[in-house]
Ligand binder design. Structure first.
Ligand code: FEO
Length: 173
């Protein structure tokens, strides 16, 4: 059985994962409208992953005798300026999510909820990979600068970039 404090913290994280999914969906739509199909495909996929992160938490809370609450979400931005700025936002957002997961893990220790602590280790590992992926992409973008040919290749190749390949240092090249 979850303590009220852990249940509330997990519900807060459910909202954050749902909002993350919306943020990346909005980025996908923006990129698609700009004709950046590869980047759009990557963001659509990332949005789906965040929804999966959310669902995993929903199932866990309900399984442990809590009630996962589906709440209203903050509307994401709809204009991201440039693709460089958009990927910087993705990175910043993942750092925000990592901090939130760390706070959640801390609460489970305070509450001596070792089952939830154990369950959350999957998220801890996932955040390491997601941060690595975002950093790898930012490095690549810095290399491209304002080169149009570089952007063309980046847009073509990004669909091959996955969390796993970034974590292993292989960008599918
Ligand atoms: Fe579910 Fe990208 O954090």
């Amino acid at each position: 059985m979850l303590s009220k404090k852990v249940e509330k913290a997990l519900n807060d994280q459910i909202k954050i994962e749902a909002e993350s999914s919306q943020v990346y969906l909005s980025m996908a739509s923006w990129a698609e409208v700009k004709g950046l199909e590869g980047i759009a495909g990557f963001m659509y996929g990332h949005s789906d992953e965040e929804r999966m992160h959310m669902l995993k938490l929903v199932k866990y809370v309900n399984e442990r005798g809590g009630h996962a609450k589906i709440s209203q979400l903050k509307a994401p931005e709809t204009d991201f300026g440039t693709f460089q700025k958009m990927f910087q936002k993705l990175y910043d957002h993942e750092i925000f999510v990592s901090n939130s997961i760390n706070d959640l893990v801390h609460i489970t220790l305070e509450e001596k909820d070792y089952a939830t602590h154990n369950f959350l280790q999957w998220y801890v590992a996932e955040q390491i990979e997601e941060e690595a992926l975002a950093r790898t992409i930012l490095d690549k973008i810095n290399l491209i600068g304002n080169d149009k040919g570089g952007l063309y290749l980046f847009d073509r190749d990004i669909q091959q970039i996955s969390v796993e390949s970034a974590a292993s240092g292989n960008l599918g090249e």
